[in-house]
Design a protein. Sequence first.
Length: 136
Amino acid sequence: MSQDRIPVHREEIDIRWGDMDALGHVNNTVYFRYCESVRVNWLASIGHGIEEGPIGPVVVNASCTFLAPIVYPERIVIEMFVSNPGRSSFDTWYEIRPAGRPEPLYTEGASRVVWVDHRAGKSVPLPEDVRALLEG
């Protein structure tokens, strides 16, 4: 499988005061929400929004490496990349930086998305349009 990461989505988000924790920086759990939001918006943009239905994407793992703290006020940009389409899954990567400048790289994240039949509780092949996009 290809290790080439294809950039697919980019969003800017303003940090909210409530995103911070008692230590004065964005709470670790919020980074996962930022990545989730970008992933859900990308899926919707390609016609696979998160709706009630018998078949769709789920995340089977997620990780973040926290490289520098984000402190309010800040506007960040989250870039999402995809690759490695398998029969029913693909990998995603995320980079979180300040909007308008390349440094610092605040966070690197990753997740694996699997297409599943929710009723059967089993994976199913990726939709052909998703596979075509992932294969470039």
